[in-house]
Design a protein around this ligand. Structure first.
Ligand code: ASP
Length: 334
């Protein structure tokens, strides 16, 4: 399926030619993910699968509608991610996983491929949509990253929607938290390996002006320690975008993604080694990440509209919508 999609993307890209006298516009495309992990067929009931697919389609449509009207890649990325943050299905915004202390602490980042401007936040507890806060940091501060109380304070100053921390609570995540504690006690599982598997969300987009953008948002990993920062808010690990190469959003075991600067590595391979986005993503996920023993996946979008969705876990919630008519979502691997 992955290869088929990539082939379709290449076909579409190569068939986009400007009529004489017209300025060629980029083949607008949005690619999203909703987390990678132990997602093998049979993991969900057909009804639950349908719920996930419907929400992925809603997120794709929200982002694509903006691109289709000539809007900016950054706006498309934000709109797609907000849709998933507002859904309890994913581990971001509402529905985030719980820390060891039983709290929800959220991370997010966004990057503009045209300017290399970026914004990131970590450990926020009261901002309804962390991706909007990351964008506010990028656009309305002289900094790149805000953490904890300072980030929440900045959100208030920016007039972003503030919620009671209770807003992020969901019963199913609380149950996962309790299960994780139990498993740890019984020494069945290392807590940190237990539940990274579903739900971080991310989007990459290419607009008609040829600009790339990437964003990622998460609750992190179940039972994460106080003060733990994952890859999601780290520019170059969880998120990267540069019009010269590609846009990437990551999901998986964050500690590995930080150590391998996964997102930056993929775009560096595209830029410096001239690799396709698919080859670069395969090298990093199936080569470097696997060698180190890490698990997860990435979505990657090139400046020419070629895309890749690569993971070394059994599945990854994912979807693509492009000007050439690619419109697809999936949960499980091939
Ligand atoms: N990468 C996220 C983190 O380590 C978790 C995930 O993608 O599921 O915080």
């Amino acid at each position: 399926m992955k290869n088929l999609l990539a082939a379709i993307a290449v076909l579409i890209v190569s068939s986009v030619t400007a009529a004489e006298g017209e300025v060629a516009s980029a083949p607008v495309t949005i690619v999203i993910h909703g987390g990678a992990g132990a997602l093998a067929p049979g993991r969900y009931t057909p009804a639950k699968e349908a719920e996930f697919i419907a929400k992925l389609n809603e997120a794709l449509d929200a982002g694509y509608a903006i691109l289709d009207e000539g809007g900016a890649a950054l706006d498309a990325v934000e709109a797609a991610i907000v849709t998933m943050e507002d859904s309890p299905l994913f581990n971001s915004g509402k529905g985030a996983v719980f820390t060891r202390e039983g709290k929800n602490e959220l991370d997010a980042s966004i990057m503009d491929g045209a300017t290399l401007n970026a914004g990131a936040i970590t450990g926020v507890t009261t901002v309804k949509n962390p991706i909007r806060l990351a964008r506010a940091v990028m656009e309305n501060s002289v900094h790149v990253m805000f953490a904890g109380d300072g980030a929440d304070k900045f959100a208030e100053q920016q007039g972003l929607e503030i919620v009671d921390p209770e807003y992020f609570y969901t019963e199913h995540r609380w149950k996962s938290y309790e299960d994780a504690l139990k498993r740890e006690k019984e020494q069945k599982d290392s807590a940190i390996n237990y539940d990274f598997k579903y739900g971080t969300v991310g989007a990459v987009a290419l607009d008609a002006g040829g600009n790339l953008a990437a964003g990622t948002s998460t609750g992190g990993m179940t039972l994460k320690s106080f003060g733990r920062v994952g890859d999601t808010p780290i520019i170059g690990a969880g998120t990267f975008a540069d019009n010269k190469s590609c846009a990437v959003s990551s999901t998986g075991h964050g500690e590995y993604f930080i150590r391998l600067t996964i997102a930056r590595d993929i775009c560096a391979q595209v830029e410096y080694a001239g690799k396709s986005v698919e080859d670069a993503a395969n090298d990093v996920i199936h080569g470097r990440l696997e060698t180190l023993g890490g698990g997860g996946g990435v979505i990657v979008l090139g400046a020419d509209g070629a895309f890749a969705m690569v993971f070394n876990t059994p599945g990854m919630f994912r979807g693509v919508k492009s000007a050439g008519g690619v419109n697809t979502t999936a949960i499980y691997g091939d």
